[in-house]
Design a protein around this ligand. Structure first.
Ligand code: KG4
Ligand code: ZN
Length: 355
């Protein structure tokens, strides 16, 4: 039978992404415009600025993904687009573009949940049967869930306040890491990971998070605040001039990462316990770890140990697939198309469900 192709469009946050994938999970064409550099300049994502950048790039990014795939709209089987969760202003750009494309081509439109797409990306890479455990850690979210089906997720826990990415980005900003040439062009998270490599993770004490609460929820505001206080203290102690990076930054970064890992690891351990108790996972367990923060090799290494202790197979998609992209949206669309579920009856009435 003829090869099937789905175009995926992602504009939920600060990446304009588009990709074409086939039913085997082959990336046929991919294009991405990252706004990271602009947002670093502004010290964070400002939604109207992000929207304008999506608007500026959406057409060329989509066209580039089709060109790279060597196909036209007529060769596709469906268009998938992120409709939630995310910044409403940004989601709207992707949805309107997708609507325009399906109107022109009469292709089916498949609305996609951004977090579900993150969770299912790993199934492009290797065979992972349902149900499996998912840990997503990104700039927008932190959650643990059991993926029971393409469109059935049992949420075990989520962040009660900040996302881990926010904690990483705020701490990187507080440390002024972007003033280091080694960190130019890196996200806050990637910068901290790099600088932490030469630091001592036991140098600074961070508070233990939510140890009294026996659930799978997360909190990162305490770690973020502790990091801020440590940085202020160190800058004062070492008399650091403004715009300079405190010399103990490597130790601060390493200790910060240690605290984040500890929290993630404890929550994951609880999730294993809960799933065991409720019989939610098969004997051959799999954990998929994804999201921008999960592209961090140090965190992955630590989570690998928790998995080994629980006889669980850990799957981490390559970093390129962990951060936001059009590929995961296209693949989620393909999975839905193959199952015959989630296709919009009327593309005109598909709505955004912003968080
Ligand atoms: O998944 P993602 O690309 O976007 C969404 O939030 O959906 O995640 C972006 C976040 C940013 O906060 C960024 O600083 C963080 O992921 N990040 C990292 C690393 N690379 C990106 N955090 C920790 N370590 C990294 N290596
Ligand atoms: Zn994401």
């Amino acid at each position: 039978s003829r090869r099937r192709l789905v175009l995926g469009i992602e504009t939920s946050c600060d990446d304009t992404g588009a990709a074409v994938v086939d039913e085997h999970g082959t990336i046929v064409g991919d294009a991405l415009n990252s706004q990271t550099k602009t947002h670093i300049e502004f010290g964070g994502i400002i939604p109207p600025i992000a929207r304008d950048l999506h608007q500026k790039h959406i057409e060329s990014v989509v066209q580039l993904s089709l060109d790279r795939a060597g196909v036209t709209l007529q060769d596709l089987d469906a268009v998938a687009v992120t409709v939630k969760p995310g910044l409403a202003l940004c989601l709207k750009v992707g949805l309107e573009h997708a609507r325009m494309l399906v109107k022109k081509s009469r292709l089916p439109l498949i609305p996609i949940h951004h977090m579900e797409a993150h969770a299912l990306t790993a199934r492009m890479i290797e065979r992972i049967d349902f149900p499996f455990l998912v840990l997503l850690a990104s700039g927008g979210h932190c959650l643990l869930a059991v993926a029971r089906n393409v469109s059935d997720f049992l949420l075990l826990g989520t962040s009660m306040d900040d996302s881990p990415g926010e904690a990483y980005d705020k701490t990187a900003r507080q440390l002024k890491l972007k003033n280091l040439s080694a960190c130019s062009g890196l996200s806050g998270g990637a910068a901290i990971e790099l600088i932490a490599q030469s630091g001592n993770p036991k140098a600074f004490q961070f508070p233990q998070v939510m140890t009294q609460l026996p659930d799978c929820n997360f909190s990162f505001s305490g770690i973020k605040t502790a990091a801020r206080k440590i940085i202020e203290m160190e800058e004062k102690r070492l008399n650091v001039p403004p715009s300079q990076v405190v010399p103990t930054a490597p130790d601060i970064c390493a200790s910060f990462q240690y605290a984040v890992l500890h929290h993630l690891a404890r929550r994951l351990q609880r999730a294993f316990l809960f799933c065991e108790l409720k019989g939610l996972l098969p004997k051959e367990k799999t954990l998929v770890v994804s999201g921008g923060v999960a592209s961090n090799a140090y965190l992955r290494g630590g989570l690998q140990k928790v998995c080994e202790q629980n006889s669980c197979h850990l799957v981490c998609p390559p970093a390129q697939l962990c951060t936001d992209n059009g590929i995961m949206i296209a693949w989620n669309g393909m999975e839905k198309l193959l199952e015959g579920i989630g296709i919009a009856e009327n593309p005109e009435t598909v709505d955004l469900e912003a968080k």
